[in-house]
Design a protein around this ligand. Structure first.
Ligand code: HPA
Length: 286
C-alpha cells in the first residue's frame, strides 16, 4: 500500500479516538513511561490497534500512544515504547509514528533515550542534552521515494536539534539544580552492544554517548520541519570504558529507573514552558 495512504489510515484512526490537533510529540525512552500518567484527560491507544503501526517487541518498552494535555490547551502525544531498527522493522516503520503525529499537527518532538557513556567524564545516571548526532546505523530512514508533501529530498540537518529548545532545557535544568551534560549522540543499529574498539572509534569521531534509537526519529522530524529536543539518560559506561565491566539490558533498565525522578522533573519543567504554536493539522484527504 502507498505510504501516504497508510499514514492517512493511521491518522484517521487516531483522530477518531482523540479529536484535538496534536502540538507536541514525546518519545518516552526506557524508564520514562510513567510520564504518560502526567497527561491530563488522556486517552490510551495500544499500538496494535493503530493501522500500520508495527508491534513493540522489547521487554521494558510497552507499546501505547497516550494523547492528552501537557498543560491546559496544549495537546501532546506520548509514545510509551518506540520501534527500533534492531527489532527488524524497516526504517520506514521506525519513523512511521512520527510522521503520523506530524500530520496530526505536531510541530515539536521531544526524544528521550537510554545511552552508553562514551565520554569518560560521564557517569551512569547523568542526563545529556543531545547537542547533535552522528548516524552510524548504516542506513538513513529517508532512503527511498521522497514524499514532497512531508519534506524535501535532501533535507538540511545543520540544526536538527533546535537551539532555542536546548537553551530552554539548560535553563530549566539550572533552575531545578539538575546537572545536565551535553554532547553528541552516536546511533548504531544494535542489537549487540559495541566492542571496546568501536567505542574508541566513536569517541575519536566525536561521539559522547551511544545508543540504538533516536536518530531515525530526529531525521524524520527534521525532514518535516519539526523542532526537536533530545535528552539521553546515560545508563552505563560504554564498552571498555571501565575494565571488566560487562553490559546488560538489565543494567540499562535499572539505571534508567533510578534516574527517572530527575529526568521526569526536568521534562515536566520543560513542558510547562514549551513554546507551542497554534496547531495546523493537515486536512484529511480521505
Ligand atoms: N550502547 C548502545 N546502546 C545503549 C547502551 C550502550 O552502551 N546503553 C544503553 N543503550
Amino acid at each position: 500500500m502507498l505510504l501516504m495512504t497508510e499514514l492517512q489510515d493511521a491518522m484517521t484512526y487516531i483522530r477518531s479516538r482523540y479529536a484535538h490537533p496534536i502540538q507536541v510529540v514525546a518519545v518516552l525512552g526506557s524508564g520514562l513511561g510513567d510520564l504518560a500518567d502526567t497527561l491530563q484527560n488522556a486517552v490510551e491507544i495500544q499500538y496494535q490497534y493503530i493501522p500500520h503501526f508495527p508491534k513493540a517487541t522489547v521487554s521494558g518498552h510497552a507499546g501505547a500512544l497516550f494523547l492528552g494535555e501537557i498543560r491546559p490547551g496544549v495537546h501532546a502525544a506520548f509514545m510509551k515504547g518506540r520501534f527500533h531498527y534492531y527489532e527488524g522493522h524497516p526504517m520506514a516503520k521506525v519513523i512511521f509514528p512520527i510522521r503520523v503525529l506530524k500530520m496530526l499537527g505536531a510541530q515539536l518532538l521531544l526524544v528521550t533515550n537510554a545511552a552508553g557513556g562514551v565520554n569518560t567524564e560521564f557517569s551512569a545516571g547523568d542526563l545529556m542534552l543531545i547537542d547533535d548526532h552522528i548516524n552510524l546505523m548504516g542506513v538513513n530512514p529517508l532512503a527511498g521515494e521522497n514524499l514532497e508533501a512531508l519534506g524535501p529530498r535532501f533535507p538540511d540537518m545543520s540544526e536538527a536539534y533546535t537551539p532555542a529548545l536546548k537553551a530552554l532545557a539548560r535553563e530549566k535544568a539550572a533552575q531545578l539544580g539538575i546537572p545536565l551534560k551535553s554532547g553528541v549522540y552516536a546511533a548504531v543499529s544494535g542489537p549487540s552492544y559495541e566492542t571496546p574498539a568501536e567505542i574508541r572509534m566513536i569517541r575519536t569521531l566525536g561521539g559522547d554517548a551511544v545508543g540504538m534509537s533516536t536518530v531515525p526519529e530526529v531525521i524524520a522530524a527534521s525532514h518535516m520541519g519539526m523542532q526537536v529536543l533530545g535528552i539521553s539518560c546515560v545508563t552505563n559506561p560504554a564498552a571498555g570504558v571501565q575494565t571488566g565491566h560487562r553490559l546488560s539490558h538489565q543494567e540499562v533498565l535499572e539505571a534508567a529507573e533510578k534516574a527517572k525522578t530527575h529526568f521526569s522533573k526536568l521534562i515536566q519543567a520543560i513542558f510547562a514552558e514549551l513554546p507551542v504554536a497554534t496547531p495546523e493539522a493537515m486536512p484529511s484527504r480521505s
